[in-house]
Design a protein around this ligand. Structure first.
Ligand SMILES: *Cc1c(COP(=O)(O)O)cnc(C)c1O
Length: 262
């Protein structure tokens, strides 16, 4: 990070855990390094919500959330929040808001306020389900890799335990067999739905190589471990047994296909 800062750098923009491979960054340490150089730190806290991670208390200057995700939590609103010191918010209100966007409409604001009442309950269930799903996937023979900060195998597991009050509801994993295997797997799911979004009551899956990260050249994607077999899963609020049962039935044809190949 130090090497990436240029004399004209004004902002350090972090997303932790990152999308889609859930790399965890040290907010306290990176804020300290940025502040030594007078650089403002912005953290995208969408994957965590304030229930699991509080970047302002760790030294960040501004927090942004896609309220479309867990904060509203019901998949029926598109909105965002910016949180920070009053001077910064006033600056944005005066100089940026008029150019980039207007107020949220009253109905969407109402839906978010209603969703927020169950944030804690929902997030606890999302996290519990994600932990069960990550453990199931880590043992499955059709899977080559699982990314979840709560697994001891995650490279920043210790940092995640210090920085986050829970490990979040997103689990990413790689199916063996690349693009075709990933495609046939998500098409075979019956409970989980295919969606670009996350943080809904329903379990959602997406295939970054053909969806969210399709516009990035394959060589660039490879640098960030976004392989053709990678799947991002947002665990919903269903019973963990139902989610795992669905994953199991959609993964088993991959094992049969792999055996036929040998
Ligand atoms: C979805 C998402 C966004 C964009 O939010 P929208 O509400 O879809 O505009 C930004 N950051 C992260 C981490 C997201 O998941």
């Amino acid at each position: 990070m130090k090497k990436a800062f240029l004399p004209q750098t004004k902002v350090l923009y972090l997303e932790t855990p990152s999308n889609p491979c859930l790399t965890v960054l040290d907010i306290t340490e990176l804020s300290r390094i940025a502040h030594e150089r007078g650089i403002t730190v912005i953290v995208d806290n969408t994957f965590m919500t304030p229930y699991l991670q509080r970047p302002l208390e760790l030294g960040a200057d501004v927090v942004v959330h896609s309220a479309t995700k867990y904060l509203n939590g019901h998949g029926d609103v598109i909105a965002g929040f910016i949180v920070g010191k009053q001077e910064l918010i006033q600056f944005m209100r005066k100089h940026i808001m008029g150019d980039l966007g207007q107020n949220l409409n009253a109905w969407d604001a109402f839906l978010i306020l209603r969703g927020l009442k169950t944030l804690g309950l929902r997030v606890r269930q999302h996290v519990q389900n994600a932990e069960a799903v990550a453990q199931f996937l880590e043992k499955h023979p059709a899977i080559s890799r699982v990314y979840y900060p709560g697994l001891a195998s995650h490279p920043q597991h210790e940092l995640a335990k210090r920085q986050m009050a829970g490990m979040g509801g997103i689990v990413s994993f790689e199916v063996k067999g690349g693009y075709e295997a990933a495609k046939s797997f998500i098409n075979a799911l019956r409970l989980a739905m295919i969606s670009f979004s996350l943080g809904d009551p329903e379990t959602l899956v997406q295939h970054p190589a053909s969806m969210t990260h399709f516009s990035i050249p394959p060589e660039e994607r490879a640098k960030f471990n976004i392989t053709d077999g990678l799947i991002r899963l947002s665990t919903g609020l269903e019973d963990a047994k139902d989610i795992i049962g669905d994953l199991e039935q959609a993964l088993s044809p991959l094992l049969t296909a792999a055996a036929a190949h040998q």
